[in-house]
Design a protein around this ligand. Structure first.
Ligand code: SAH
Ligand code: MG
Length: 228
């Protein structure tokens, strides 16, 4: 039985975005059951209009934590005009680019979760470069291209506190189901020896940080030009 209040569940399911309800509940459950002794806030990379944020924010609230939502709100490559996941009404006409921030704010406000949600508007790698607080839970659902996905992994995985959790979305073991990079970073996390899998639901994978150093992410990269 999920502890997500029914009203919030309805709101999350109705929110615009890319997270099936079943995976949202699994994400909520994985965050809500974090051991309380693991320090730190929750953080998601890739918020779009706030769908996944509602699930994570409720878990944060139940645990007395907060959720940081990192997104430049200009959309990923696959959200740009000409791509299948482009939603034209999200374009800010004055700027000529996507702007999901107003929609994100509306979603969080209407759900009554403003107190536990902190929007961080900017490029994920730039934020990570200046971030030093250990994180209890990281959800990676930002750019799905080769460079952005691997960079997000390299930036954020080392910041997961021991005992904390790393969730990755759009992990497709079968290439016929979707792009490779999220699957590749999931494999990197397992191969690093620092994480073990705790939950899998649809294309969501949740890993738990063991008390061990990561083998291949000792240096944080500086942000590249490609911010998609
Ligand atoms: N989690 C969302 C879906 C995220 S879609 C949901 O539940 O619906 C991917 C998001 O990642 C987009 O909003 C896009 O703007 C953001 N994104 C892509 N690359 C980024 C980067 N380099 N820095 C910050 N945000 C990025
Ligand atoms: Mg996704």
């Amino acid at each position: 039985m999920s502890t997500l209040p029914a009203e919030l569940r309805r709101r999350a399911e109705a929110a615009r975005g890319f997270l099936p309800a079943e995976e949202g509940l699994a994400l909520h459950q994985a965050a809500r059951t974090l051991p309380l002794e693991v320090p730190g806030p929750l953080l998601e990379v890739g918020s779009y209009c706030g769908k996944s944020a509602l699930y994570l924010a409720d878990a944060a609230r139940q645990q007395g934590r907060v959720l940081f939502c990192v997104d430049h709100h200009r959309g990923s490559e696959e959200n740009q005009p000409g791509w299948p996941w482009h939603e034209p009404d999200l374009v800010d006409a004055a700027v000529g680019r996507l702007d999901t921030l107003p929609h994100f704010r509306q979603t969080v406000h209407a759900a009554g979760l403003e107190e536990v949600v902190v929007a961080v508007v900017g490029d994920s790698a730039t934020v990570a470069r200046w971030w030093s607080t250990p994180l209890a839970f990281v959800f990676i659902d930002g750019g799905h291209g080769e460079q952005p996905a691997h960079r997000d992994y390299e930036c954020w995985a080392p910041l997961v506190a021991p005992g904390g959790r790393l969730a990755i979305h759009d992990v497709f073991p079968d290439p016929a189901d979707g792009g490779r990079p999220p699957f590749e970073i999931y494999q990197r996390a397992l191969a690093s020896g620092a994480f073990s899998e705790v939950v899998g639901c649809g294309s969501l994978r949740v890993l738990q940080r063991l008390d061990a150093p990561l083998a291949d992410t000792t240096r944080r990269p500086s942000p590249g030009k490609d911010s998609a």
